[in-house]
Write a protein that binds this ligand. Sequence first.
Ligand code: F0G
Length: 463
Amino acid sequence: MPFRTIIEPFRIKTVEPIRRTTRDEREVALIEAGYNLFQLKADEVLIDLLTDSGTSAMSSAQWAGMMQGDESYAGARSFYRFESAVREITNLKHVIPTHQGRAAERILFGSLLKPGDIVPNNTHFDTTRANVEYRRAKASDLPIPEGKQPQLIHPFKGDIDLAALEHLLADPPARVPLVMITVTNNSGGGQPVSMANIRAASELCRRHGVPLFLDACRFAENAWFIKLREKGYADKAPLAIAQEMFSHVDGCTMSAKKDGLANIGGFLALNDDDLAQQCKKLLILTEGFPTYGGLAGYDLEAIAVGLHEVLDEDYLRYRIRSVEYLGEILTREEVPIMQPPGGHAIYLDALSMLPHIPQSEYPAWALSLVLYLEGGIRSAEIGSIMFGLQPDGSEKPADMELVRLAFPRRVYTQSHVDYLAEVLIHVNALRERIRGVRIVEAPPVLRHFSARLAPAHGALIVD
Ligand code: F0G
C-alpha cells in the first residue's frame, strides 16, 4: 500500500452520545465518589478508559449472530458454534463456558488448589491473584527483570523469568499444581510474551510434570506482537500464531470480554479429562449447565463471531497502532509512559512523573484523579492501592505506580486519541503541583473497587 495512514477498518453504523461535564461538576463528582473512579457514574465520564473489558463495540455480524442464538438449556446449537470457534484456535479438548474470566479462574482453582500451594505466573492480574489467595494458596509473580523497568525498551517484557521458574520447580517450597502465563501481561504493562518464552516454559513444566495454563484474555494482541517482533513469524497469520501459542499449553482461562470482542463471557479450556469433569461439577453448582455456563445462547454466538474477527489482520494492525500512536505523541512530549506501549493500553509511569509524591500517598491513584478532574478521562490505577495490601494486612509499596489508559476495542476514533494526548500533555505540565491521597476507608480485599479516599494535602492540585 502506498499510503501510510492506518485507518479504523470499519464504518460506524450506530452511535452513542457522550456527555460533556464542567470541571466544577467533575470536582463534585469526585467528592461524591470518595475520590474513587470506580464509584463514578459512567455518564459523568467523557472518555472512559477504565477498562478494555466488556466495552467493545460489536460488529453487525455479531449482532446478526445474536439473533440466531439458540436458548435451549442443554445442547444448544450456539454452544457447538462457540465450542468449535474455541477449538479452532486452542485445539484444547474440553471447552467450558463461563460468565466471565474470573469464573473460569474460580472453577479451575477450586478444582486444583489446596491451602499452601504456590501458583507461579509472569504476573497475576488482580482477580486471578485474589482467586488464588481465596483458596489460601500463594500467587507468585515471576516477571523477567526487564519487565519491572518502565522506561526500558524490550520486545517481550511480558516474558516469565525462566530461571526463577526453573528454580521454583526444581526445589518447590510447596506444591505447584499449575503454572500460568498471562498474555499479554496486563498488570505488567500490557506487554507481550514471546513464543520462545511460552515454548521454553512449556518444556520446563513438562519436565517437572506440572501443567501450564495460559491466561489468554488478550491472546490475539499477543499473537500480533509475535508477528511483528519475533523472528520467523512475520509471514504467519495471527490465527496460526495463536494456534501455536496454545499448542504449548495444557489449558487456558479466558475472558471473552477482551479478545472475544464480546460484552460478557469467558471460558475454561483444558485437555485433562478428570480435571475437566471436576470443573464441570463446580460449573453446574454456580454457573450453569456445561453447554451454556452462565451465558445466554446469544452471548455464545457473539463470542464465536468475535473470536474470528479479533484475529483479522486489518483489525489487529489498527488496534495495536492506535495505542502506539498515543504512545508516540506522549514519548515525543516527554510524558513518562511504560515503554514500549502495550497492546490494549498506555500505562503512565507515575513514579517518574510525580517523584515528589511518596508511594505511601499513592501517586498513580492521585494522577488518575487529576486526569478525570482536568479532562473527564477515566483511567485505572495499577499501583499500591491495587497491590499494596498484603494478605497478612501489612502494606508493601507496589513495584511500579502505573495509570492504565485501557482502550475499548473499536469504540474510539483518532480524534478521541488526539484529545487524550492534549489532556495528558496538560496534566504533565501541572505535575509539580499535583499532591497525593490518603485512604479514608477500605475493605480488606480488592480495595481499589470500593475504597474511599481524600486528598492528603487539602487538594489534588495546589497553587
Ligand atoms: N485475567 C486478566 C489478565 C485480566 O485482565 C482480567 C480482567 C481477568 C483475568 C478476569 O476477567 O474480568 O472477565 O472476569 N481484566 C479486566 C481489566 C477487568 O480491566 O483489565 P473477567
